[in-house]
Design a protein around this ligand. Structure first.
Ligand code: BMA
Length: 370
């Protein structure tokens, strides 16, 4: 009983601290709701204990299964869910019922609310379609950014696209009516040139203007105050790559890097990748720290993970040393047998992924904390 009282007190004090910290925290959106600030504080606090494990589309499908209630490839291998759940909203702007990877938006909505009530966090990317051609984000054939910025011929239509997003995010509600907070990372990998918002398809000024417009429109015009804004370029080989298109401290809460291992020679590729991710992590970590932001590995992985010690070999040094808030592994497609980034139970790298997830530097859902 004595202990019970002591622990209850401890719990109360820690909850009160979080609430107080949340009141004090200043996000890019100065009108961020308390729930948004509380999530940010939870992320800040958990970063001191370890790195949250994340997985794209984790609850929706996995390697060779789709839409099975409660199932997750991560949970099947590790025994617990990830703490960060990635989702993509591409095609919401077209009024479609399913996203670009065929996940119904009604399901994404349900999963997001479920994640929030389980104590996890949702991270949202958006492979915006090409508004000029009607094709997808990888169609770089037209000058899209000029067309959608204020004054451009597609500006009004683009605002309607943002309205669709705002409508979805604004209606994500907890049981008590509060909005579910989201980590939002628009225009990701904008230093590469594979998306229409990429380096060769718009100037640095246009990229920043697009970011600023989107931020202002969603927060001020649409009154969305449940977004934590995440800037995540790809492969930050130098600090210049990171800063060139950085939208500025007033528009960003978290800075990330998307990094994948590629290459044909597995031994060399792993050595190169390990060195590469260590360098990138140092650069992003330092920049984020200097600017008072959180930092994360916003996407990562090795497709099919055909290397039975890959996770611990690659991450054993970088994560404890550079302390990212989270690492998000990309999706495990249910209909493409070789397109997956976390193993399933019978896979040769399952034991290693389990060992990785059980390292004290990795936090799964149960370890995220209040
Ligand atoms: C890519 C692949 C695609 C997918 C896209 C958006 O990396 O996984 O199959 O459509 O991401 O999720």
């Amino acid at each position: 009983m004595k202990y019970l009282t002591f622990f209850t007190l401890l719990l109360l004090v820690s909850c009160t601290n979080n609430v107080q910290e949340a009141v004090d925290v200043v996000l890019a959106d100065k009108d961020a709701q308390n729930g948004t600030k509380e999530l940010y504080v939870r992320l800040q606090n958990s970063s001191e204990r370890g790195c949250l494990l994340g997985h794209q589309d984790d609850l929706a499908y996995g390697h060779s299964w789709c839409g099975e209630q409660g199932r997750s490839d991560v949970k099947d291998v590790v025994g617990d869910y990830p703490a960060i759940f990635g989702w993509d909203l591409a095609d919401i702007e077209k009024g479609k019922e399913t996203n670009l990877d065929s996940v119904p938006f009604a399901d994404i909505r349900r999963y997001m609310i479920q994640v929030d009530s389980m104590g996890g966090a949702n991270a949202v990317s958006w492979h915006f379609n090409n508004i000029l051609t009607g094709d997808n984000a990888w169609d770089t054939s037209a000058d899209v950014v000029s067309a959608i910025l204020p004054g451009g011929e597609k500006h009004e239509e683009f605002c309607q696209w943002l309205d669709c997003f705002a409508n979805f995010c604004g209606n994500l509600k907890r049981e008590n009516g509060e909005n579910v907070p989201l980590l939002f990372r628009p225009y990701h990998e904008g230093n590469g040139s594979w998306f229409w918002w990429g380096r060769e398809h718009c100037t640095t000024e246009q990229y920043k203007a697009l970011w600023h417009f989107t931020f202002d429109y969603l927060t001020k015009e649409k009154g969305l105050h449940n977004l934590i804004f995440c800037y995540s370029p790809n492969d930050i080989f130098t600090e210049d790559v990171l800063t060139e298109r950085y939208p500025g401290n007033d528009y960003v809460d978290l800075i990330g890097t998307d990094v994948y291992q590629y290459g044909d020679d597995p031994v060399q590729a792993k050595a190169d990748f390990t060195e590469n991710i260590n360098n990138q992590a140092q650069i992003v970590h330092r920049f984020a720290q200097e600017n008072g932001k959180l930092w994360a590995i916003t996407e990562s992985g090795l497709e099919s993970v055909p290397d039975s010690t890959w996770y611990t070999d690659v991450f054993d040094r970088v994560i404890p040393e550079q302390k990212p808030t989270y690492i998000l592994f990309w999706r495990n497609a249910h209909n493409r047998p070789l397109h997956f980034y976390t193993p399933y139970p019978e896979h040769q790298t399952a034991n290693n992924f389990n060992a990785f997830a059980n390292k004290n530097y990795i936090l799964t859902l149960k370890e995220f904390g209040d």
